[in-house]
Design a protein around this ligand. Sequence first.
Ligand SMILES: Cc1cc2nc3c(=O)[nH]c(=O)nc-3n(C[C@H](O)[C@H](O)[C@H](O)COP(=O)(O)OP(=O)(O)OC[C@H]3O[C@@H](n4cnc5c(N)ncnc54)[C@H](O)[C@@H]3O)c2cc1C
Length: 427
Amino acid sequence: MKPVLNEVDVLVIGGGNAGFSSAIPPQSRAIVATVYYGLADVLPIVNNVDEATASIIDIEPYSAANFADDISRICVGRSDPDLSCALVNDSNAALKWLAGHGVRFQLSFNRQAYKIDGRFKFWDDMCLKTQDGGKGLIDDPRRAAKRLGVKVLFSTAAKCLVVDTATKAVRSVIVEDTTGERHILAGAVVLAAGGFEVNPRMRSQFLEPNWDFAEVRGTPYNICSCLEMAIRDVSAKQAGNWSGCHSVAWDANAPPNSGDRIISNEFTKSGYPLGALWIQGVDLRNYTYAIFGNAILAQPGHAAFQVWDAQMTPWLRDEEYRYSIVENITASTLEELADRCAECGLKDPSKFWDPAVKDGLSTQSSLKQLALPKSNWATPLTKGPYMAIKATCGVTFTLGGLAVDHQTAGVISSATNSAVPGLYCAG
Ligand SMILES: Cc1cc2nc3c(=O)[nH]c(=O)nc-3n(C[C@H](O)[C@H](O)[C@H](O)COP(=O)(O)OP(=O)(O)OC[C@H]3O[C@@H](n4cnc5c(N)ncnc54)[C@H](O)[C@@H]3O)c2cc1C
């Protein structure tokens, strides 16, 4: 028997936003995006807007229906309906609950707005950010937890869940720090310890080969130990998209195995929609086709158009491109072909410059075409000095997790299909 450290009402494993949100009573979900009802709704909780600035801001309301539609579209209809509903319907209240506990919010002028004709025009669904970004989202709830008397153990890893054989409830957790292993008895345990984004072996097994080469954007400790612990010790039911992850264009010179707490999000390189993205090492088809499948999957509608002229069509392989096997879209000019493709889903280009709206201004014309078309905000690069940066793939988080009850966040057992008493999951 390991020594007992102490007994607590609730033991939260993980010191990120989900962990601290769970540690502050009453519990709530962490927010990614939120429903809001226009500027008047968010003004009382932001600290960077004076009256004069407020008078030149345009923010459209982001309704529950908008949020639900976006989740459904981005998840290609595969999101969990009950969990999505809980997220959407509770998001506005959760935001204000966090603000009430001292999380400092601001309007995100730098990331989500452009000043056009003297007015700040916010685009898309995320007008809010936390002050100091991710650092603020850790510091502010941590301050709130301290005020409320929450005890925090640093550098302590959870290793094992111990179940009461009579009640089947999770009764304690074995943890390890530099002094060794011990038990913490707990009335309830909340798992809030991330996914497998930091585990190169699991990334290459569950995502795809080569994902072990991705660089890690955040904490170096999310190696999936808690999800694995729950699957192993209480037969927790697995859920989510285990072959999926969130990743971004990331500075190729950043540290590979963890983010940097000071530089944080500044390694992200998200300016590519306004410029060109050049990919290194394009080679013969055998060496590239597996890359382009992935790239096409990532396009809007999971589709791209392959286009040839009359000089090249005779070279196409009959078994793949004959009329009876694939719908051939033909036209005598490129413009006419574009119209025909538009009938099949290609977006119709508009002709004005507004970085807040996807404008459809593309690189493809009858005079010049790029091998990899750029679909929006394509303006000619004509004015020096020029600038380039080298970007790689930075993985943020993985999407595989545990099935939970959508009302209580109780972890579901794959053996009984009901909640494991005393065990919850967040994040
Ligand atoms: C650079 C960067 C920028 C981002 N920008 C945005 C953004 O703009 N908007 C947005 O919505 N999201 C953003 N995200 C994502 C967002 O930060 C995460 O989704 C969110 O913080 C996840 O919170 P979490 O509490 O679930 O997990 P985490 O914050 O990852 O916390 C998990 C915790 O568990 C601990 N842990 C792991 N294993 C164990 C164990 N065995 N025992 C004990 N503890 C353990 C870890 O040390 C960590 O403290 C960004 C992430 C990064 C890295």
